[in-house]
Design a protein around this ligand. Structure first.
Ligand code: FES
Length: 148
C-alpha cells in the first residue's frame, strides 16, 4: 500500500515548507508553464540566462508537496549551470525516477531524496512536472508542458 511517509523524507518536507526560488522572476528571458492534468496542478518556470548559463531561476504556482519540493530542489540545482549541464541533470533525474539504471548519485546531490517516487507512478508525474518544463525550456520549446 502507498505509504506517504516513505516519500516525505526530511529534505522533501523542508523544501515543501520553505520552497527555494519561489516567486516570479521579473527579468526572466524564458518563461514556461507546466501542467499536471491528473490533478490540475500548475507551475510556471522563470529562467534568466546570459545566453548559455542559467544566472537565475524561479518558479511559482500551486502543487502538491512532491511537486513543490521537486521544483525547489531543481531550481537550486540548476542555478549557475550551463544549459548543457542542465540537460545532463535532467537526464540523470529522469533515469533516477523512471528506470532501474545506475545513476550517479553524487551528481544528483540532494535531488536523490526524490528517488522514492519511482515506486509510485502518479508521484513520478508530480516530481517530474518541473523537470519536463525545464527540459522544454532548454530545447527552446514554448509549448506549455503537460505530464500526460
Ligand atoms: Fe498534482 Fe502532485 S498531485 S502535481
Amino acid at each position: 500500500m502507498f505509504d506517504i511517509k516513505d516519500l516525505y523524507q526530511e529534505v522533501i518536507v523542508d523544501h515543501n515548507r520553505s520552497p527555494r526560488n519561489f516567486g516570479k522572476l521579473e527579468d526572466a528571458d524564458r518563461t514556461l508553464e507546466g501542467y499536471n492534468p491528473l490533478c490540475g496542478d500548475k507551475l510556471t518556470l522563470y529562467i534568466k540566462t546570459d545566453g548559455d548559463k542559467i544566472n537565475d531561476i524561479a518558479f511559482d504556482g500551486s502543487g502538491c508537496a512532491i511537486s513543490v519540493a521537486s521544483a525547489s530542489l531543481m531550481t537550486d540545482a540548476m542555478k549557475g549551470k550551463t544549459l548543457q549541464e542542465a540537460e545532463s541533470l535532467f537526464n540523470h533525474f529522469h533515469s533516477l525516477v523512471t528506470t532501474d539504471d545506475d545513476v550517479d548519485m553524487e551528481q544528483l546531490g540532494k535531488l536523490a531524496a526524490l528517488a522514492g517516487v519511482k515506486a509510485y507512478p502518479a508521484r513520478v508525474k508530480c516530481a517530474s512536472l518541473c523537470w519536463h518544463t525545464m527540459h522544454s525550456v532548454i530545447q527552446g520549446d514554448n509549448t506549455p508542458v503537460h505530464t500526460e
